[in-house]
Design a protein around this ligand. Structure first.
Ligand SMILES: NC(=O)c1ccc[n+]([C@@H]2O[C@H](COP(=O)([O-])OP(=O)(O)OC[C@H]3O[C@@H](n4cnc5c(N)ncnc54)[C@H](OP(=O)(O)O)[C@@H]3O)[C@@H](O)[C@H]2O)c1
Length: 352
């Protein structure tokens, strides 16, 4: 496969997809960036890059997806329906995955690369994680080789799971948590996720394989909250475990305290009971990387000082910030309270 072929990024308006486009462009790939809303794609900093083509497509529309996939050598599948389909997301994601393999078979795609969630045992997985695994299985049953990467929480500004942690910790002196506090997880820095995604495209040996991807540390959610507290230089947070707090109540609580709605928080809160740890480490041999530890990943995401400096220089140095910061076009909740205040202040300085 030529390193200058055209690659389709489905979900290019989303958190991972929008950052992946930057990385692919820097490697010389031509990119077809697809999402449902052209406006959202146009808000991204790479929208006018000469090697980018913007395409509005809905993966639930089979014909549109087939057209969108034509003339591309590979496709990234970075789509989920949590926001768009509400409670029916599992069925929508099933249908979308079926459409994808059908479109791939007709359009001459040579590869699909899918990023899903860690966790295998369907009986014990939350509905959301089960649905992510199911999408991987549906895609894998098609004719075109699929590489599936499975990840736990991605650490970076704009990643919804990280933003929930940030808002809860920043806003509440006392955290009331359910039993999941001791569940183990292996979070991964967004930079490493992008390196793996790009590495898979450029390494044909990864075609048709499923890999677990994670950072170097396995931590409990309690441990993660403590690292966040230290890196964000917060006063000590009291973390109180309440065994009767159900995922639904947790979701309402998140809705009340943070800008993230209960309908998105619920599937994520439900998944917190599932251990998300890599069981297979083959990816480290296929794509050797310097893995960023959990503390460093959080530090990179929170680097307000560097962010302000970058904002100041960005007109000269190009429009795309590092992957771990908020990005032009990210949802309004991305970046937390401090970042939003900083943006308002920088805006008032520039317009004053
Ligand atoms: N963020 C994490 O912590 C994390 C962790 C592990 C795995 N992952 C996986 O990474 C992948 C990407 O996640 P993300 O965090 O980047 O999600 P995200 O920011 O919510 O982006 C989701 C993308 O899906 C697109 N989409 C939804 N429904 C669509 C449809 N019917 N047709 C076309 N596009 C549609 C959205 O486009 P619109 O702009 O049109 O809505 C958006 O671009 C997912 O598979 C997720 O499970 C994420």
């Amino acid at each position: 496969m030529s390193t200058h072929g055209r690659v389709l990024v489905l979900g290019a308006s989303g958190y991972v997809g929008s950052r992946l486009v930057v990385r692919l462009l820097s490697r010389g790939w031509r990119v077809r960036a697809a999402g449902r809303s052209l406006k959202k794609l146009q808000d991204r900093p790479w929208s006018r890059h000469p090697s980018v083509e913007l395409v509005s497509t809905d993966v639930l529309n089979r014909e549109a997806l087939r057209k969108t996939s034509t003339d591309c050598s590979a496709a990234y599948y970075l789509v989920h329906s949590l926001e768009s389909a509400g409670g029916n997301y599992a069925e929508a994601d099933r249908q979308a995955a079926r459409n994808m393999i059908e479109a791939a078979g007709h359009s001459g795609l040579e590869r699909i690369i899918y990023l899903g969630g860690l966790g295998e045992d369907p009986e014990h997985l939350s509905q959301h994680l089960r649905s992510r695994a199911e999408v991987g299985h549906i895609l894998g049953a098609g004719q075109v080789p699929v590489t599936t990467l499975r990840a736990a929480m991605i650490i970076g500004s704009g990643s919804i799971s990280f933003e929930i942690v940030r808002y809860l910790m920043d806003r509440l002196p006392v955290m009331i948590t359910p039993r999941w506090l001791e569940t183990l997880s292996q979070p991964i820095a967004i930079r490493n996720v992008l390196e793996y995604l790009q590495g898979c495209l450029e390494n044909p040996a990864t075609a048709g394989q499923t890999y677990d991807i994670g950072g170097p540390d396995t931590v409990s959610y309690r441990g993660l909250l403590r690292v966040y507290e230290e890196e964000a230089r917060l006063r000590h947070r009291w973390i109180v475990k309440v065994p009767v707090l159900t995922p639904r109540l947790s979701a309402y609580w998140i809705d009340l305290v943070t800008p993230i709605s209960a309908s998105i928080a619920f599937p994520l809160a439900e998944g917190l009971r599932n251990e998300m740890v890599c069981l297979d480490h083959r990816i480290r041999e296929e794509i050797p990387l310097d893995l960023i530890d959990c503390r460093q990943a959080i530090r990179l995401a929170l680097d307000e000082g560097q962010y302000a400096l970058w904002k100041d220089r960005s007109r000269r140095e190009g429009p795309s910030p590092p992957a771990e910061w908020i990005y032009p076009g990210d949802p309004s909740w991305a970046g937390g309270d401090k970042r939003r205040r900083l943006d308002r202040w920088l805006h008032s300085q520039n317009s004053g």
